[in-house]
Design a protein around this ligand. Sequence first.
Ligand SMILES: Cc1cc2nc3c(=O)[nH]c(=O)nc-3n(C[C@H](O)[C@H](O)[C@H](O)COP(=O)(O)OP(=O)(O)OC[C@H]3O[C@@H](n4cnc5c(N)ncnc54)[C@H](O)[C@@H]3O)c2cc1C
Length: 565
Amino acid sequence: MMAMAMADEAIAEERKGRRSRPKRDSSLADFLVQFRWIVVIPIILPLSFLFYQWIRWRPVIHRLIHGRHSQDKHLEIVRKIQRKVMQRNPSSDGLICTARKPWLGIALRNAEHKRSSRYEVDLGDLSSIVWIDKERKLMKCEPMVTMSQLSAATIPYGFAPEVLPELDDLTVGGVINGYGIEGSSHIYGLFAETCTAYELVLADGSLVRATSDNEYADLFKAIPWSHGSLGLLVGVELRLLPIKDYMQVTYAPVTGSLQQIAQAYSDAFCPRDLDQDNPEKVPEYVEGIVYSATAAVVTTGRYASKEEARKPGNVINSFGLWYKPWFHLHAKSALKKGKFVEYVPVRQYYHRHTRSLYWEGGLIVPMGNNPLFRFLLGWLMPPKVSLLKLTQTEGIRKYYIQRHACQDMLVPNHKLEECLEFCHDNFETYPLWLCPHRLFKTGKGTMLDCEPNYENNKYPGDTDYAQMWTDVGIWGVPGPVLRQEVWDGVEATKNMEKWLIDNRGYQCLYAEVEQSEEDFWKMFDATLYTAVRKKYGAEYAFMSVYYKISNSKKSTPFLKSLKKD
Ligand SMILES: Cc1cc2nc3c(=O)[nH]c(=O)nc-3n(C[C@H](O)[C@H](O)[C@H](O)COP(=O)(O)OP(=O)(O)OC[C@H]3O[C@@H](n4cnc5c(N)ncnc54)[C@H](O)[C@@H]3O)c2cc1C
């Protein structure tokens, strides 16, 4: 034990030595960000609460007024959208985009394309579940349905989507077009992999239903991460998983080097004998939270029945209740008290990071996890990201870009240790989130795919049909910023993008993207995307994915130059 502590200290000392940076003066922006809670607690939190109540009850009110949603009602809304797209005059109107206000989406970057000439199509009415088919274990929903709506609608039937991204506010359309990861992605892949059909309105206003094996299979495969640049997604069919009432959660502490952390995390879900499809050896949920360069907790989850959870001796913890400690801090207690197991109501487990927005909530409401605050005001948490975005000045936004890290790096799992070392040197931001996900081999030139020929040299987690990857989520205040040292977020992002290109990883596109278009298409494969954009007439109708997500300015003259003569 003593030797381990000395080793940890040596690692920490060595790391300190590696990064001595000059000091910087504090600024007014430092002060404003540090005391943002003065505005957030009395104004943003109550407004967020009302906003959440509106979102929660809106479908119920809608149902009371308009009756149950149905395929016919869904098609009525879709017809309106088709008409709107058909009315666009390609030579005078801007490029098509959704009418959703940029501040309503959760992505932190500026939606520059929404400042330029554009042709907005409102998808706001597409926010209902269309049907749930228990026999076939399928459901159909509209793209504005949120993750919170999905869990609320399916759990009472004893089902849940195979992958249910964590934050309540994420939309189905957003996670398919933008990201879509959760702690079960090491089995099922990203959210888009659990979808069986997409209904899309194309550039000419036609409606198509794309599946993996029909005439639109190329379109189906190109949609994930395309950010609405191929067509408007108006309906989604996805698979459902029979679930149980509780999640048995095991919290396992890991101390040691980043290499030991990476190894312990991988061992939690990647059997070394490569028996990856054996449910006995692979838990149903996994995540890692790295609290420092020497300490992490790996949590694994297995579904459990009410009877099992309530057996004498078992601990039930309803940690989603407003007065309970935030999840990542509760998990951290394993570092002190050692490994422990508890049973958590399943919906609370799915949305375990919502109340504290992972750990970002602590930066906005620093006393948010104080027991008194939780007890008195915890029910108001979290502040709604959209309201935070709406009320922040451009100066504060820039401050966050320069002094705050918010990026996700997707890397083949066997490169995790190198990635953690890189993150430490470049960001030194803790906690880090580790979430495994399978990339299913497509070999079809999709934007994301496995490393070439990975199957000839498999690592634990890999199978013939999928390679195991990990998302390293870097969100928070970097160590140098905490120590009042010089650190530049833009430079760190550029370093990260270069590292990812060199190591064949991917940057998650909700974040600030600094790379050039040329580099972007070195990171992502343009083969299928470009062919599909051409084939389905998207080129002069929808802005290309790079221009939608990058920091480059999309001025009206630039957009005009993209129009078809
Ligand atoms: C604090 C934070 C936490 C996060 N946590 C998670 C997480 O746990 N899991 C996860 O997977 N991701 C997470 N993300 C990333 C998130 O999934 C992406 O930002 C995703 O794109 C969210 O989309 P949204 O619902 O806000 O939709 P938007 O931002 O509105 O949409 C994303 C993109 O998809 C396009 N789009 C959306 N709907 C349609 C449609 N119907 N038709 C055509 N195009 C469409 C939009 O134009 C846009 O380009 C997180 C992000 C942040 C900032």
